[in-house]
Design a protein around this ligand. Structure first.
Ligand code: NCD
Length: 363
C-alpha cells in the first residue's frame, strides 16, 4: 500500500471504480506526487498506520505552532490562496464548525450550503450538478449528505472533469465518517502516548452500532494497530453487522459481541459510546420500542472502568453518558472534539501537499 501504486481515477470508468473493494480504491484516490496521502478522502480504508501517525504528528505540530501569533500567521498564509466549500445537507454543528475552524487555521476562505431547500436543488437541479457548480468557485469541497455514495460519485465526476477538486467526506449516510475516525484515533494515540501506546488494548463500542457511521470507520482504523480487541455492546436490533465483522475476521482481529456493558467496561481501555441513530428508523418511533436502558454509561460504569481507561463519544449525546461523568479525568469527549479541529487541519494540509512546509516551520 502507499504512494507507490498510484493509479489514476481518470483511467477507470465509474461502474468499475465503484465496484472495487474499498481498500483497492485507495490508490485511485491518492494525491498525485504524494506519499500515499489522499486527494479525495472518502473512506477509513484509505489510511494505514504510517499515514495515521504522520497525520497525528502533523496535527500536534499545527497545534503547537498556532499557539504563537507569528506561528498562527504563518499557518494562515499557507492556504490563503484556496477556498473551501462546506456542503452540509444533513444536520451538523460540531463537524461543520470543526472543519470551518480547520480551514481558518490554514487561511482558506470558506462558503457554505446547509439548506438545500433554498438552493437551486429546490428548482430541480441534481445534487451532482449543484456540487459541480460549486467546484467552479472553490478548491475543496467538504460534504456531509444522507446519501451513502454521493461523495464517492462526486470524486469520480470531479476528477474526470476539467476542474478536479478534492472531496472530503464529512459523513455519508449510515456508512462512513472518515474524519471523525481520524480524530478518534488521534485521541486514542494521545490518550495512550504516555501509557505504553496504542496496541494490546480493548476498545468497547456501545449504542447504535448498526447505523452509527463513526463506529464503522473507527472499527476499521483500529485494525491498523496491533492486537486491539474490539467489543460491540448493543441491543440485538442495533448490533453491528457482517459489513463490520467480516473485515475484522479477514484481518484476524479479536472481537466479540455483548449485551452487558458493565462486564465489558471492566476490561476496557476505551469505551466509545454512541447515541441511537433514530433518524434512520423505517417508521417513526421504531427505535423508541427498543430497550436501550442497559446501554448507557453512568456512575456505576464509571466505578468499574480501569483507572487508565478513557470514555469517548463522537457527540452529540443524549442520555447515553450521564453528566456526572463529565468531570472525571477519564472523560475524553470534550478533548476528543477539539482534537478534531487539529487533525482536520492536518488532513487539509496534506490534501494540498503542504505537509513538508509545516514540518519545516520553526516551533
Ligand atoms: C456523528 C455523526 O454525525 O455521524 N456526529 C458527529 O459527526 N460528531 C454521530 C452522531 O450524530 O451521533
Amino acid at each position: 500500500m502507499g504512494g507507490s501504486g498510484r493509479r489514476s481515477i481518470t483511467d477507470i470508468g465509474w461502474e468499475e471504480f465503484h465496484a472495487l473493494p474499498l481498500e483497492e480504491k485507495r490508490p485511485y484516490l491518492e494525491r498525485e506526487g504524494g506519499r500515499g496521502e489522499p486527494f479525495h478522502t472518502l473512506f477509513a480504508q484509505q489510511f494505514d498506520r504510517p499515514l495515521l501517525e504522520r497525520l497525528a504528528a502533523l496535527a500536534n505540530r499545527i497545534r503547537f505552532i498556532s499557539k504563537r501569533k507569528e506561528g498562527a500567521l504563518a499557518l494562515k498564509s499557507l492556504l490563503c490562496h484556496k477556498r473551501a466549500m462546506l456542503y452540509f445537507s444533513q444536520p451538523s454543528s460540531r463537524t461543520f464548525l470543526s472543519h470551518l475552524a480547520a480551514c481558518q487555521i490554514l487561511g482558506l476562505t470558506t462558503g457554505s450550503v446547509r439548506d438545500t431547500s433554498i438552493s437551486s436543488e429546490f428548482k430541480g437541479e441534481s445534487k451532482e450538478d449543484s456540487i459541480r457548480t460549486f467546484s467552479s468557485y472553490f478548491d475543496l469541497i467538504i460534504m456531509r449528505t444522507p446519501e451513502q455514495g454521493l461523495a464517492e460519485k462526486m470524486s469520480w465526476e470531479l476528477s474526470n472533469s476539467e476542474r478536479p477538486v478534492p472531496i472530503l467526506n464529512a459523513g455519508s449516510g449510515k456508512d462512513q465518517h472518515p474524519t471523525q475516525a481520524l480524530l478518534d484515533i488521534y485521541t486514542l494515540l494521545r490518550s495512550f502516548e504516555e501509557k505504553g501506546g496504542l496496541h494490546d488494548r480493548t476498545v468497547v463500542f456501545c449504542g447504535d452500532l448498526l447505523r452509527g457511521r463513526t463506529v464503522h470507520s473507527l472499527s476499521y482504523l483500529l485494525t491498523n494497530f496491533p492486537r486491539i480487541r474490539q467489543v460491540f455492546v448493543a441491543p440485538p436490533q442495533l448490533q453491528a453487522d457482517e459489513s463490520t465483522f467480516s473485515v475484522l475476521r479477514a484481518k484476524g482481529v479479536e472481537f466479540e459481541t455483548s449485551e452487558n456493558l458493565r462486564e465489558a467496561v471492566k476490561s476496557a481501555d476505551a469505551v466509545y459510546m454512541t447515541r441511537i441513530q433514530d433518524e434512520w428508523d423505517d417508521a417513526k418511533g421504531d427505535s423508541a420500542k427498543i430497550d436501550t436502558s442497559r446501554f448507557k454509561f453512568g456512575a456505576g460504569e464509571l466505578a468499574l472502568l480501569p483507572e487508565h481507561g478513557v470514555i469517548m463519544h463522537p457527540l452529540p449525546r443524549r442520555d447515553e453518558i450521564a453528566t456526572c461523568c463529565d468531570h472525571d479525568p477519564r472523560a475524553m469527549y470534550w478533548r476528543q472534539m477539539r482534537n478534531g479541529m487539529w487533525i482536520r487541519a492536518a488532513l487539509i494540509a496534506v490534501t494540498f501537499g503542504f505537509e513538508d512546509q509545516i514540518t519545516e516551520m520553526p516551533l
